[in-house]
Design a protein around this ligand. Structure first.
Ligand SMILES: CC(C)(COP(=O)(O)OP(=O)(O)OC[C@H]1O[C@@H](n2cnc3c(N)ncnc32)[C@H](O)[C@@H]1OP(=O)(O)O)[C@@H](O)C(=O)NCCC(=O)NCCS
Length: 388
C-alpha cells in the first residue's frame, strides 16, 4: 500500500499504531506469488446521520501496485467488500477518495465537504471579550485519551458526518508519529473542561520560523472539537493566542466554521473547500429508513444501481421528524436517480436541486425535487473531522 501511494515503508512505530485499529478479518490483499500487489480494508464504524446513528463500513487502504493497475483488481475488491457489507447488514459505506473520479462507478456519492483554512493572527481580533470560566489545560496522552474520547462522544451526537471513535481510535489520533511532523513540533494537546467534565479539545503542532521582522511561526491545528459554543470559542481563542506564531492553518474544518462570526474581521479564515466523505447506500431501504426527515412527506424514487443490483427498482419513502419507512413499490416514481446520487444527498450535504441542475436527477412529478429537498434538510451541515 505504501508503495502504491509513493510513500516510504512503515516504521515499527507506525505499524504498532496501525495494529490497534486494523480489522484483519476485513482486510483484503491480492497476491502475485508471495508478493502483495493490491490491498483494501474496512473499519467497522458508526456514523451520525440526521436523527440517528447507523453502522457504516469505513473503506480504507485501497491500493493497487503500478505493475498491476487497470486489470480490474480494484473492481474485484470493491465487489467483495460491498457483498460483505451487504451480508453483514450494514446499510452504509463511506470513504475518502485520493482522486475524485475513482469511486462514483461503485455507487459512492460525494456527501460532505471540508475546508482547508488559514487565519492570520494579525487579523484575528475577537469581536467580544472572553468569558471568565475558560478551563483549559495542556495534558499528557494518558489524561487525553479518556477525556478526548468523552468530548468526542458528546460532539458526535447530532452532528451528521461524524464517526464514533472509541479510546482505541483516540489513541491512534494521539500517536504523534514522526511521519506526520514534517519539521514541526510534537503534539500539543489542549483540554477544555466545564462543570459537566471534558467537552472539547485541540491538537496542534508549531512550526517555528524567524525572519528579519521577527517570529513567523505557523500553528498547525490538527483537530479542534467542541461540544458547546463556550468550548469552541475558548479553544479557538487559545490557538489564536499562542505567541510567536503568525498564522494558524488547519485542514478538514467544517465549511460553515463559526469562527468567522467570532472574529471582528469576518474575511478570516481564508477558506478553500475540498471534498470530504463519499457515501454509499449499500442497502438503500435500510439507509433511508434509518434517518429522520425535516418534514413529513412521501416520495417514490426510481433507483438505478449498476454495482449493487439488489437496490434497483422503485422505492417508496414515507418519513418525517419522528420516523421513516422505506419499501419496494410498484407506484410510479416522483424522481429517478442513481444510488450514488442518494449517497450524495443522504447526509444533507447536497441538495436534490443541485444534482438536478447537473443533469443527474430526473424529476418525473412536478415539485418533487423541492419536496425532496424540504424532506432531506437537516439543522446542521454534515462534517467528518476524522480521516481514515
Ligand atoms: C486507484 C487504483 C486503486 C485503481 O486500481 P485498478 O486496479 O487499476 O482499478 P481497476 O482496474 O479495477 O479500474 C476500474 C475502472 O476504474 C477506472 N479507474 C481506476 N483508477 C482510476 C483513476 N485514478 N482515475 C480515473 N479512473 C480510474 C479504470 O480506468 C477502470 O475503468 P474502465 O472499467 O472503464 O476501464 C490504483 O490506481 C491505485 O492504487 N492508485 C494509487 C493509490 C490510490 O490512489 N488509491 C486509492 C485510495 S482512496
Amino acid at each position: 500500500m505504501r508503495r502504491a501511494f509513493g510513500a516510504s515503508l512503515p516504521t515499527d512505530e507506525e505499524l504498532a499504531a496501525s495494529r490497534e485499529i486494523t480489522e484483519f478479518d476485513r482486510t483484503l490483499a491480492f497476491f502475485d506469488g508471495p508478493e502483495i500487489v493490491a490491498t483494501a480494508g474496512i473499519f467497522s464504524y458508526e456514523l451520525t446521520v440526521p436523527g440517528g446513528l447507523l453502522p457504516c463500513a469505513g473503506v480504507t487502504r485501497v491500493s493497487v501496485l503500478s505493475t498491476h493497475r487497470r486489470r480490474g483488481l480494484l473492481t474485484a475488491m470493491m465487489r467483495r467488500q460491498l457483498d460483505d457489507i451487504h451480508e453483514r447488514g450494514e446499510p452504509l459505506a463511506a470513504l475518502y477518495a485520493s482522486e475524485a473520479p475513482i469511486y462514483g462507478r461503485f455507487g459512492y456519492g460525494l456527501a460532505t465537504y471540508q475546508a482547508s483554512v488559514e487565519v492570520q493572527r494579525a487579523h484575528a481580533t475577537f469581536g467580544k471579550t472572553a468569558s471568565a470560566n475558560e478551563q483549559l489545560s495542556l495534558v499528557d496522552v494518558a489524561t487525553a485519551v479518556p477525556a478526548f474520547t468523552r468530548a468526542w462522544e458528546q460532539s458526535t451526537r447530532g452532528q451528521p458526518g461524524m464517526l464514533r471513535l472509541d479510546e482505541r481510535w483516540v489513541r491512534n489520533l494521539l500517536a504523534d508519529l514522526e511521519l506526520h511532523r514534517e519539521g514541526a513540533s510534537p503534539h500539543y494537546r489542549v483540554l477544555y473542561q466545564d462543570d459537566t467534565g471534558p467537552s472539547g479539545f485541540a491538537i496542534y503542532r508549531i512550526k517555528m520560523d524567524w525572519d528579519a521582522s521577527g517570529p513567523n511561526g505557523t500553528l498547525r491545528l490538527e483537530m479542534l472539537i467542541a461540544a458547546s459554543p463556550e468550548a469552541y470559542a475558548a479553544l479557538w481563542r487559545h490557538v489564536l493566542g499562542v505567541d510567536l506564531t503568525a498564522r494558524v492553518t488547519a485542514e478538514m474544518r467544517p465549511i460553515d466554521e463559526p469562527l468567522r462570526f467570532l472574529l471582528a474581521d469576518s474575511r478570516q479564515p481564508k477558506t478553500r473547500v475540498e471534498d470530504g466523505l463519499w457515501v454509499r447506500l449499500v442497502d438503500v431501504l435500510k439507509a433511508l429508513a434509518g434517518r429522520r426527515y425535516a418534514v413529513d412527506d412521501r416520495l417514490v424514487f426510481g433507483v438505478r444501481d449498476q454495482f449493487c443490483p439488489w437496490n434497483r427498482g422503485r422505492i417508496e419513502l414515507q418519513g418525517g421528524p419522528n420516523g421513516a419507512q422505506a419499501r419496494s413499490t410498484t407506484a410510479s416514481p416522483d424522481l429517478e436517480l442513481d444510488a450514488a446520487d442518494l449517497g450524495a444527498v443522504y447526509l444533507s450535504g447536497n441538495r436534490f436541486w443541485t444534482l438536478q441542475r447537473a443533469g443527474r436527477i430526473t424529476e418525473l412529478r412536478q415539485g418533487a425535487v423541492a419536496r425532496a429537498d424540504a424532506m432531506f434538510a437537516a439543522d446542521r451541515v454534515p462534517w467528518c473531522p476524522s480521516h481514515f
